[in-house]
Design a protein around this ligand. Structure first.
Ligand code: ZN
Length: 162
């Protein structure tokens, strides 16, 4: 069989961005259900048609990866938000990664870009937004998903849920 929608794929991978290793599978391959949006779109697209044992090496563009860099995701926030008992939290400094909560109660991760007298500039872009992703690796295992896995939208058994 070859990789297509509803295949359960065990994949070894290494991700390099701008020549730097960012992420990789461990000793065990990453196991995922293909075609259910579990992986970034450009990654799944490139694996279609591969079979067990195949090696791969490809580049995923930013728009098919973690998205293009969005200027609107850089925001100036009131410094007041970051004060703890009237003084600036020690966790807030330029380059710090912070977890904030938006008005809808959703967690948002951002990086402090600049701290001025009364504002803190935060960049909420994904850290890999706007970057080309270089993936290399191999297909370690491949099988058809069960009906149950397809209806749940995830993999059961080794490397999966339950
Ligand atoms: Zn399940």
């Amino acid at each position: 069989m070859i990789i297509d929608k509803n295949a359960v794929v065990g994949v070894h991978y290494e991700l390099d961005v701008e020549g730097q290793k960012i992420d990789a599978s461990g000793e065990q391959p990453l196991v995922y259900l293909h075609g259910h949006g579990m992986m970034i779109p450009g990654f799944e697209k490139q694996l279609v048609g591969l079979k067990e044992g195949d090696k791969y090496d490809f580049i995923v563009s930013a728009s098919e990866g973690y998205g293009d860099f969005n200027e609107n995701a850089i925001v100036e926030l009131d410094k007041q938000i970051f004060l703890v008992d009237g003084t600036m939290s020690t966790e807030v400094f330029e380059g710090a990664q912070l977890q904030l909560t938006n008005q809808d109660g959703q967690p948002m991760s951002g990086v402090v870009q600049k701290i001025s007298e009364d504002k803190v500039t935060m960049d909420f872009n994904h850290q890999l937004a706007g970057k080309e992703l270089h993936f290399t690796g191999s297909i370690a295992s491949l099988r058809e998903a069960t009906k149950e896995e397809i209806s749940h939208g995830h993999v059961h058994g080794p490397g999966g849920h339950h």
